[in-house]
Ligand binder design. Structure first.
Ligand SMILES: Cc1ncc(COP(=O)(O)O)c(C=O)c1O
Length: 501
């Protein structure tokens, strides 16, 4: 019998650690599992995006808790009104269906409810994270002192990378920016992710401290302009400290010339950060990893397994070439935590308290689902996923190029394809709206969802071919659907231009 009077609580409010309510909890968990499986195994029958938005279930705090049946019924309607990234026609964003081991890992992480803040609070998971990320750092070729930690998203990983770069290069860990007497600046391509600007703002540098390097005609950071921009900043009295290259740009999926950028960054004694949030997954494929040549020279690297490794959200990492810099340029000890003996050297088997060297304090044990998925699919499994989805993007590129009205941002370098309709029978000023109409019609008529990003000042259609169940038939539907819609658009346009109208 518990000491507290738990009478006002539902009997299944917690799983009693003495097993006394096991019988009552089991049906709830079984029904929830059934619901999850029923949903996941039929996701292709739902539209990729919900078509109507039903009212929210009541959100007022009830005086008396609701019955489990009622909550399960609410869950059913919440599920049907959610986004369905598992649908093979959902190819608009960098979201995919999660690995099965992600679900297993998330469930067990919640049951165990360890805390990645410190070794004391997650003795095994802290070690699992430290050693697994050390392995991944080796896969990226970052060298014997490399390793890292997980964070809740690539934006946080980029933020911590820039904080470490700033502190290390400008010697700022304890001091204030004002002591510099100069504005610290960094360089990234004009197509780099906005999280860098957010990070610069949060670090007190101002979002304009990210100096945009123009991209060349293939969407890559233009390495010829980078030295000039660095020297111009120095001549103005600014303090350059970092160059960021992107491996897999968010909109077009292209990979900056990493080796050439690394050489320039190091020539000017700047930190070299690679934002490989998306494209980092190519490292798993022997065949495709040469596309990341130069990544092994990164001082820091962001990689999001929540994207192309199919780990459920969130799961992102920051890797450092030298893990002792976590301690030197970032660590603030937590006084209420038993100190780990480890100094955070990658060669140590005992990790430091990860919450002291990481941006986040209390943190979910995302490592469990990542480790389980890596062990379950293996390097070969991931290589296959990466290679086959890249092949699918090439197939889509080949098929869509048969439509003369389409223009492509760039040939695919990952599994992303960015294109827009620019038919010559319609004035250029009307092309953005045409592409928006095509996006809506594809969703309605073909159940294919493409996103509509703004890139170089125009609206584009973007396909992210992540889902392993998106096949040639989807590409065929996309191609024939677009051909039909463009023909309808042309006929409507012609009839609106006909004399007498
Ligand atoms: C290249 C790149 N970097 C960083 C991010 C930010 O990652 P997150 O949304 O996990 O914060 C993204 C997100 O799409 C990205 O594409």
């Amino acid at each position: 019998m518990p000491m507290l009077d738990l009478h006002d609580l539902p009997i299944s409010a917690f799983i009693a650690p003495d097993g006394s309510n096991r019988q009552a909890v089991a049906p709830l968990l079984e029904q929830a599992l059934q619901l999850a499986l029923d949903y996941a195994a039929q996701a292709s029958e739902l539209p990729p995006l919900p078509t109507a938005m039903p009212g929210l279930p009541g959100t007022a705090l009830p005086e008396q808790g609701l019955a489990e049946e009622q909550l399960l019924a609410h869950l059913r309607s919440l599920i049907s009104a959610s986004l369905h990234p598992a649908h093979p026609g959902y190819i608009g964003h960098m979201d995919s269906l999660p690995t099965t081991m992600s679900l297993v890992g998330d469930l067990l992480s919640a049951v165990l409810n360890n805390n990645m803040l410190s070794v004391e609070m997650s003795p095994l998971f802290s070690r699992l994270e430290w050693t697994t990320l050390r392995e991944l750092a080796q896969l990226f070729g970052l060298g014997p002192r490399a390793g890292g930690l997980l964070l809740s998203g690539g934006s946080l990983a980029n933020l911590e990378a820039l904080a470490i770069a700033r502190n290390q290069i400008l010697g700022l860990s304890g001091g204030a920016l004002t002591s510099l007497g100069a504005r610290p600046v960094l360089f990234a391509s004009a197509a780099a992710h906005t999280s860098l600007h957010k990070a610069a703002m949060l670090l007190g540098l101002g979002s304009q401290a990210v100096i945009p390097v123009p991209v060349d005609e293939s969407g890559h950071l233009d390495v010829h302009q980078l030295p000039t921009l660095i020297e111009q900043a120095q001549a103005r009295g600014d303090r350059p400290f970092c160059v960021v290259a992107t491996a897999g740009t968010t909109v077009a999926g292209v990979i900056d010339p990493l080796a050439a950028i690394a050489a320039i960054a190091h020539r000017y004694d700047l930190w070299f950060h690679v934002d490989a949030a998306y494209g980092g997954a190519l490292i798993f494929s022997e065949q495709l990893r040469p596309r990341l040549a130069g990544i092994e020279q990164a001082d820091s690297l962001t990689f999001n397994p929540q994207k192309w490794l199919y780990i459920s959200k969130t799961c992102a990492m920051l890797l450092l070439r030298d893990t002792s810099l976590f301690t030197q340029a970032f660590r603030i000890p937590v006084p209420y935590m038993r100190q780990s003996e480890a100094q955070g050297e990658a060669t140590d088997d005992t990790p430091p308290n990860l919450g002291e060297i990481g941006l986040q304090g209390t943190r979910h044990s995302d490592i469990l689902k990542l480790w389980l998925s890596l062990q379950h699919l293996g390097r070969r499994g991931y290589a296959r996923l990466v290679e086959q989805t890249c092949q699918l993007a090439m197939l889509a590129y080949t098929r869509l190029r048969t439509l003369p009205a389409l223009r492509f941002a760039h040939p695919p370098e990952t599994n992303l394809l960015c294109f827009r309709a620019e038919p010559d029978w319609l004035p250029a000023a009307a092309h953005d709206e045409l592409n928006a109409r095509l996006q809506s019609a594809l969703l309605e008529q073909e159940r294919i969802f493409l996103s509509l990003p703004l890139y170089e000042g125009r609206r584009w259609l973007r396909a992210v071919l992540l889902n392993p169940y998106t096949d040639e038939q989807v590409i065929e539907r996309l191609t024939t659907g677009l051909a039909r819609l463009l023909e309808q658009e042309r006929q409507q346009h012609d009839s609106s231009q006909a004399p007498g109208r």
